[in-house]
Design a protein around this ligand. Structure first.
Ligand SMILES: [Zn+2]
Length: 247
């Protein structure tokens, strides 16, 4: 039996039984923590607001026989504004799913926690939340060990390329000279500014990640790349963003 204190963001909530919630918390020190919040769906529960999706809270956890329950929780920031705008809500829900799939439960590295914090603020404050999501998920993949190899051509190893093709099956970059069109290959042409923007995303710290200005055409290239790279790496089709087209 032990008590511990963690601060974290609620990345997922599942309703259990009559009034319980099983939540997954993204923490700085322990990666993803799964904990049961008993009675937290009751209107009068002291855990109600602090265990809601997207909330940042300080939790007192009780560990017993391999299970974790929440003894107490204090809300730090509810991120309520995420719920007021449907576009931003869909974007945040999609990004939470990606983070949930990437973060391990024994991760002692705080980079994903920091990235989530900056991404949440950017989804709320930036004019194009969909672009924020695509930039953030590419960074999350990169931080998790899935950095797209954009630094040199996979065939000739030339590192000084300004444009070329990305092959999503081989997870690598190919220069114009070595590119051979083939049927069924999942490839995308990258313009010079799009390639530069992708390199910025890979190399920037979280606090400077969203501070760039590119044309609408380049934004579209970045979104397309990020979308297809996510699907190729995770081998999963994420459905939530398709809601945006229906709104
Ligand atoms: Zn080459």
């Amino acid at each position: 039996m032990s008590h511990e204190h963690v601060r974290g963001f609620v990345l997922r909530e599942v309703a259990l039984g009559e009034a319980d919630r099983l939540i997954e918390i993204l923490t700085a020190q322990k990666g993803l923590v799964t904990a049961l919040a008993r009675g937290s769906r009751r209107v009068k529960s002291p855990l109600l607001a602090a265990t809601q999706m997207f909330a940042l809270s300080d939790f007192t956890l009780f560990n017993y026989k391999g299970r974790t329950t929440i003894d107490a929780a204090e809300l730090v920031e509810p991120f309520l504004r995420l719920r007021e705008d449907l576009d931003r809500l869909v974007c945040a829900a999609h990004l939470a799913e990606v983070f949930h799939d990437l973060v391990r439960d024994d991760l002692s590295d705080d980079r994903m926690y920091v990235l989530w914090a900056y991404s949440c603020h950017a989804i709320l404050s930036q004019p194009d939340p969909l672009l924020v999501v695509h930039v953030a998920q590419l960074k999350a993949l990169s931080v998790s060990g899935f950095t797209p190899a954009l630094d040199a051509c996979q065939a000739c190893r030339n590192p000084n390329l300004s444009t070329g093709w990305f092959d999503f099956q081989a997870h690598g970059f190919i220069c114009q000279e070595d590119y051979r069109p083939a049927q069924g290959r999942d490839v995308l042409h990258l313009s010079a500014p799009a390639l530069a923007c992708l390199k910025h995303i890979i190399l920037s710290p979280a606090e400077r990640l969203f501070a760039f200005n590119v044309s609408d055409a380049v934004k579209q290239e970045v979104r397309t790349f990020s979308d297809r790279y996510l699907t190729a790496i995770m081998e999963k089709n994420y459905q939530r963003l398709s809601l945006l087209q229906d709104l």
